[in-house]
Ligand binder design. Structure first.
Ligand SMILES: [Zn+2]
Length: 967
């Protein structure tokens, strides 16, 4: 690469900084646009996947600035939480994987790692790395407002937020199941788990079967099938534990004991028992009082439920298959104390009837899916299918006691209630998306958290305003709104504080620290304060609650507040004005993975704390980034830090690559080959602009030719298309237009000019290039500043005006004429490619006058799906002498088909322009066409009696589509 991106980048970064062009202050004379991206969590450098959301926001901010808005795009860093602490501990413990990642992927010298034994140093280190990366990418950020979430001043803001929510009754204390890391002693959220999985907590129901003075509890999701139990499954080689729990003795797996402890049960181990020891013995079903044998099965997982399961072969494909496996291999049970007859005599019991299934629904599915052993992975899928089907449309059969004839879904609730009340059943919470590992590597469990503090997102009064707020938010893309609607409905209480981690302590209970998804929901408002905190070094003890009440609500007496807070009155007034000017937030940007948590909490908290005028106006959500089809991950070794990618490829080509790969919501599959394509395009554009000066001398007073008028019209089309795309954030579409389509048009123009022995018009080309630089500037800010300067402009392109559509330069007629030429060249080249001969001559036939007449008459008479052929024939006959009625009827038939493809817009513009003289246009361009297709070109009208037409091709000529004959 002989092109020096780094010099250009450094030059403009320096100038932008010196001129403070991205710093925004309230300006009542100008409309504002305030946008933010979720602030980064600094526990690793940002890779090009993270870069997507930030780059989209940066493009948008640049576009809005050029459209005349006073744009505010600030940035901060989210230190809150435990992952950094966990990471620090792992480093200290000498965790090999993590050390390797730090040294090999993040390129941190090994001897530097000891600094990270203090967790805050990890945050500070990556904070700096990320900031350098953002700077390298050219993001136009107002850095005066930067803060971290562990700054003492920010903590005072969070204190105010929580006091406000608490006063409104939106926070309460209670017991609740949460995902939990036993190692850290903390609840886990999506950000704390490996693979960023949100813990899904499910409810199993434990049913206690009696056995020899003990209880054997089995976990099920379907207690309503209890009447259909034929046996119990146990894993023979597992050592189960005998435990004392309350007054009972239970037999469960060791893993289950671990879970019970976290669910706050008092558990005492009193013995062990191997699964195989009790195979062949009997348990008593608590609802039917019938006995059922204990049988061995492989599929039983000691991690799941209690490690022992009840078997309902009629309705559970796993159970039926395991039973079949046993029957088919009776030898396998020889080692157990069990008679073969027990298994042979098992009778399948059907308890639920549902449409579309036979008496043994599980059997139907095993046969259909051709499953023949209990380890077949298809079993999971058909089980889920059958469970859902029977739950929603099943009816309990007559053999289900008092539950007979009830719907399966209500029977489930009734049976749960009854078993709970008589002490034979209880709820067991369980992590459903197992294995769920904490970032520290420990398996997560469910914990019943006592005295936990919750945000009451379940409150109907809160949901009600959240719905209202969400209704008025502009979601981009629009289809994402459904996901938000869904979340608003199902959102339950959310634990908002933890016992450990970095962050702000709960103001009324200092044992607790506010967690990361709760201290990051209204901080966009804090950017309006942090500017003053940084500028006037306001301290945390000055930022008392009443200061925030004044800024956000306008309440309080300014002079007494000034005395109390020791903040000067005029600063307080400015703080209030800053908020009034910049709030509400105009656009919030984030990845799609934050829809079910952060972005929804953002909506809930905004509408709880601020009045309706200050609710967010727009949310923009984007998909993730894949690298050559793969998710970016340490495992694949395909993580490329943003900062080093800029060093290698240059910021502008990288920005275009990240953004040009997909529309917003789709995952962008990036290949670094694409970076080179964009580099080449930009470098070519650069050379063209540099060479423009050579044209200047000879084209000062030249009249515009058709080619000039054509490209000026095209330019207007580009302005309107790119503006429209950017308004809707269809960024890939916009990039396609500004990079590829504009390139094609300018090449066509230059070719047409040169073949006609004309030189390009300097003024026209300059207008085209200047406009294109503006249209490209939001995407490729560095090169555009450089080119803007080369063209002699003194101001920054970043601060220049976005091009406006100039209707006076539109010329559809010339566009249609030029398209005729373009199209005919394309068609010829395609035919030549297909017939694979080198043509000596090519003949074009433009259509007969009567065809053109019929075509325009049909446009005038156009009505959807209804061509008035008769009327057109009448009109034709009265205007033309028609020699060949066959030809007329053939053409009208074709026209009636074409007719249904006409759009209103096409009809209007075509009628407005009227007929064009195709013959003249082609004749004038015949030298050019001849050159392009490398053959002599002759043009006839279909009406010409003396035309050369050996194959009668001229019959095929149609308006705007001349016939072609090649020989
Ligand atoms: Zn952990």
């Amino acid at each position: 690469m002989d092109f020096n991106w780094h010099d250009i980048e450094n030059k403009w970064k320096k100038r932008w900084r010196k001129s403070h062009i991205y710093e925004s202050d309230p300006n009542p004379g100008k409309p504002k646009f305030f946008l933010t991206v979720a602030y980064p969590y600094p526990n690793s450098p940002q890779h090009i996947g993270h870069g997507r959301t930030y780059t989209i926001a940066d493009v948008y901010s640049r576009y809005k600035r050029m459209c005349g808005y006073n744009v505010l795009f600030p940035m901060a860093f989210h230190y809150t939480g435990t992952p950094i602490i966990a990471m620090s501990k792992r480093l200290k413990d000498g965790d090999k994987d993590l050390i390797e990642t730090f040294v090999n992927i993040y390129k941190i010298p090994k001897n530097y790692l000891k600094n990270f034994y203090n967790p805050v140093n990890i945050a500070k280190y990556f904070h700096n790395e990320i900031k350098l990366g953002m700077d390298a990418m050219g993001y136009g950020i107002d850095w005066r407002r930067e803060f971290t979430t562990v700054d003492s001043q920010y903590s005072k803001f969070i204190t105010w937020q929580f006091d406000t929510l608490h006063k409104k009754g939106l926070i309460s204390q209670g017991s609740h199941p949460v995902g939990w890391c036993p190692n850290d002693g903390n609840p886990v959220g999506q950000h704390d788990t490996l693979g960023d999985k949100e813990p899904e907590i499910g409810e199993y129901f434990l049913i206690k079967f009696s056995f020899d003075g003990c209880k054997i509890p089995t976990a099920t999701l379907r207690p309503e099938t209890l009447f259909g139990v034929t046996n119990i499954w146990i894993k023979p080689d597992v050592i189960y534990l005998k435990i004392k729990l309350n007054d009972e003795i239970w037999i469960v797996s060791e893993e289950c004991v671990h879970k019970l402890k976290h669910l706050n049960y008092d558990v005492l181990k009193i013995g062990e028992i191997k699964g195989s020891e009790i195979v062949g013995k009997y348990v008593i079903n608590p609802i039917t009082n019938k006995s059922a044998p204990i049988l061995p099965a492989d599929f039983v997982d000691p991690e799941n439920g209690t490690g022992i399961v009840m078997s309902v072969p009629a309705h559970a494909p796993f159970d039926l298959q395991a039973l079949e496996d046993l029957k088919n291999n009776l030898d396998s049970i020889k080692s157990y104390n069990i008679s073969v007859d027990i298994i042979k005599q098992i009778e399948i019991i059907t308890v639920i009837e549902s449409p579309g299934y036979s008496q043994i629904p599980a059997q139907d599915l095993l046969l259909k899916m051709n499953i023949t052993n209990q380890n077949d992975p298809k079993l999971e899928i058909i089980s889920a299918k059958l469970y859902a089907h029977e739950f929603h449309s099943g009816i309990m059969k007559n053999n289900c006691g008092k539950y007979s004839k009830t719907k399966a879904d209500s029977a489930r609730e009734m049976i749960k209630n009854d078993l709970t009340n008589n002490g034979n059943g209880l709820v067991l919470y369980e992590i459903m998306n197992k294995p769920l590992l904490c970032r520290c590597g420990t398996k997560c469990v469910v914990k019943i958290f006592e005295k936990q503090w919750f945000l009451n997102y379940n409150l109907e009064k809160w949901k009600k305003i959240a719905r209202l707020c969400s209704k008025n938010i502009n979601f981009i893309p629009g289809e994402i709104k459904n996901e938000f609607d869904y979340v608003v409905e199902w959102l339950r209480q959310k634990a908002c504080a933890r016992k450990a981690g970095l962050g702000t302590t709960l103001p009324w209970d200092s044992d607790w620290i506010i967690e990361a998804l709760s201290d990051s929901v209204i901080y966009m408002a804090y950017y309006l304060i942090s500017k003053y905190v940084n500028l006037y070094t306001l301290t945390s003890d000055q930022l008392i609650n009443s200061v925030f009440d004044y800024i956000f609500y306008g309440v309080g007496d300014i002079s007494s507040l000034s005395k109390k807070s020791r903040i000067q009155s005029n600063i307080l007034v400015n703080l209030r004005n800053e908020f009034l000017y910049f709030y509400p937030l105009d656009s919030r940007h984030s990845g799609r993975d934050l829809v079910p948590n952060h972005l929804s909490f953002f909506i809930f908290n905004h509408c709880a704390i601020f009045s309706e005028d200050y609710w967010p106006k727009q949310i923009v959500v984007n998909g993730s980034v894949l690298m050559n089809g793969k998710k970016m991950s340490k495992t694949y070794g395909n993580i490329i830090p943003l900062k080093s990618a800029v060093t290698e490829y240059g910021a502008d080509p990288l920005r275009l690559t990240i953004l040009g790969a997909a529309e917003l919501l789709a995952d962008a599959d990036i290949s670094l080959n694409l970076v080179n394509t964009f580099s080449e395009r930009i470098e070519r554009f650069y050379k063209n602009v540099v060479n423009l000066g050579n044209l200047k001398l000879n084209s000062d007073k030249i009249d515009l030719t058709n080619e000039d008028i054509w490209i000026l019209n095209k330019l207007q089309n580009h302005v309107s298309a790119i503006t429209k795309s950017l308004d809707l954030l269809r960024i890939r579409e916009a990039i396609n237009e500004v990079i590829y389509i504009m390139d094609q048009d300018v090449s066509w123009y230059l070719k047409r000019k040169s073949k006609n022995n004309l030189s390009a018009n300097y003024n026209v080309l300059r207008e085209f290039y200047e406009t294109r630089i503006k249209l490209l500037a939001p995407f490729a800010p560095f090169i555009c500043e450089e080119l803007w300067e080369i063209l002699g402009n003194k101001n920054y392109i970043a601060l220049s005006d976005w091009p406006k559509l100039n209707n006076k330069k539109l010329n559809i007629k010339i566009d249609i004429e030029e398209n005729l030429i373009k199209k005919i060249v394309e068609d010829c080249l395609n035919i030549i490619k297909v017939i694979k001969i080198k043509p000596s001559k090519v003949i074009f036939y433009t259509c007969a006058k009567w065809k053109l007449f019929a075509y325009f008459q049909s446009l005038k008479l156009w009505k959807k799906n209804e061509i008035k052929i008769k009327d057109i024939i009448t009109l034709l006959m009265s205007n033309y002498v028609l020699k060949d009625m066959n030809a007329v009827s053939n053409y009208l038939k074709q026209l009636s088909i074409q007719y249904n493809t006409f759009s209103d817009q096409y009809i209007q513009s075509t009628l407005k322009i009227g007929e064009i003289n195709e013959f003249e246009i082609l004749r004038a361009a015949s030298n050019f066409i001849s050159n392009e297709i490398n053959a002599t070109v002759t043009i006839y009208s279909e009406d010409d009696d003396k035309k050369y037409d050996p194959k009668l091709k001229s019959n095929h000529a149609k308006p705007f589509k001349p016939a072609i004959y090649i020989e």
